[in-house]
Write a protein that binds this ligand. Structure first.
Ligand code: TXA
Ligand code: MG
Length: 339
């Protein structure tokens, strides 16, 4: 492989989509790294079949190599070349792909996905994104391994500017597609014999999965006890500023993050008040979450106080991310296991 000297470029995919697609394919083909927009968050992508390229993802993010990556595909057929679908997984893929759903399925022995992508596990996480990401994978012709395009342990990037700030010239090409529409990572489930297990709540509400399959989704009692989805480890989305969830009061130097115009006591003295969605729309709140956390984290506030967010629909995933952001990394033994 040629020596990759990083001369990072940022391309808007909207001004010249064709040129962006071509350049991205060239970079991927020589084992390079691109940051690309998906409907959930920006991904840091490489060809999932090239071991050295996948290794660069771990190196660039500072991510522990035993943490497996999601493989992004452009079609069900492409996924089926690498994993085996049971009936439940097939129904889910047919209903929700392209979209914010990742399925963890058994790898086929003939799959050409590099073992580093799934960190040596016998299962592979697969997802079909929509829009530009799907067009790129279809054109490139191979699945792309892509975690969120942020430094390990930091908040996921939902805008190209976040990627530039976090990873800058460690990436060969950054594709700017504007703010991510969903703003939360995909929901990850593992299916087996008509059992659906939730590995990570995300951009697709669990209720929607239950409605389509008629099955109730199993939630894990103690997620961090199982390394199967290390992204579930408790301390994961970590702003530098201490963050308090379900806050009922704020002090003078705090930044308040609220929802649906809900007021908390002492808010009038706070440094800054941000609303995830003034109209109480949980989708809008999800899309704003990481950007608001970043604004709060750089506001100079002493604490970030987040008002209670409802647990319905996407509220489950929003509360999950907030609970992880609220745990100081040094409180768990898992401090180095962010992704
Ligand atoms: O929306 C998303 O899912 C974004 C975009 C870029 O697609 N990707 C993303 O990837 O959030 P990442 O790498 O940050 O999170 C992937 C999660 C990790 O928690 C990882 O442990 C879990 O998926 N995972 C990957 N492969 C797995 C497997 N075989 N079994 C269980 N969990 C797996
Ligand atoms: Mg991540």
């Amino acid at each position: 492989m040629e020596n990759l000297v990083n001369t990072m470029t940022v391309h808007s995919i909207n001004t010249d989509t064709k040129a962006a697609l071509e350049e991205a394919c060239t970079v991927l083909g020589r084992g390079g790294l691109i940051a690309l927009p998906t409907e959930t968050v920006y991904g840091l992508a490489a060809d999932a079949t090239i071991g050295e390229a996948v290794a660069r993802i771990f190196e660039t993010k500072g991510r522990p190599s035993f943490n497996p990556l999601i493989c992004h595909v452009s079609s069900l057929e492409m996924a089926q070349r690498h994993v085996t679908f049971d009936d439940t997984a097939l129904a889910l893929a047919e209903t929700f792909w392209p979209g914010p759903l990742t399925l963890v399925l058994p790898i086929r022995p003939e799959s050409t996905i590099h073992s580093l992508t799934c960190a040596g596990l016998d299962t592979l996480a697969v997802r079909m994104p929509g829009g530009f990401a799907r067009d790129l994978i279809a054109r490139y012709g191979q699945p792309l391994a892509a975690p969120s395009a942020n430094i390990s342990g930091k908040i996921s990037a939902t805008r190209a500017a976040h990627v530039v700030a976090d990873l800058g010239d460690r990436v060969d090409l950054i594709l700017d597609g504007g703010p991510a529409a969903i703003g939360l990572e995909s929901t990850i489930v593992k299916t087996h014999c008509r059992v659906i297990e939730l590995l990570r709540p995300g951009g697709l509400a669990v209720e929607d999965i239950e409605k389509v399959t008629g099955l109730s989704v199993k939630r894990r009692e103690n997620a961090s006890a199982v390394i199967e989805a290390p992204g579930m480890l408790k301390s994961h989305y970590a702003p530098q500023t201490p963050l308090h969830i379900n806050a009922v009061a704020a002090a003078r130097n705090d930044c308040v993050i609220t929802f649906a115009g809900k007021r908390i006591s002492g808010e009038e003295n706070a440094l800054l008040v941000l609303d995830l969605s003034e109209t109480g729309d949980l989708r809008e709140a999800a899309a704003n979450l990481f950007n608001h956390l970043k604004i709060a984290d750089t506001s100079g506030a002493g604490r970030i106080c987040v008002a209670p967010i409802p647990m319905t629909g996407l509220g489950e995933a929003i509360n999950d991310r907030l609970a992880r952001a609220a745990t100081p990394s040094d409180e768990t033994g898992d401090a180095t296991e962010h992704d």
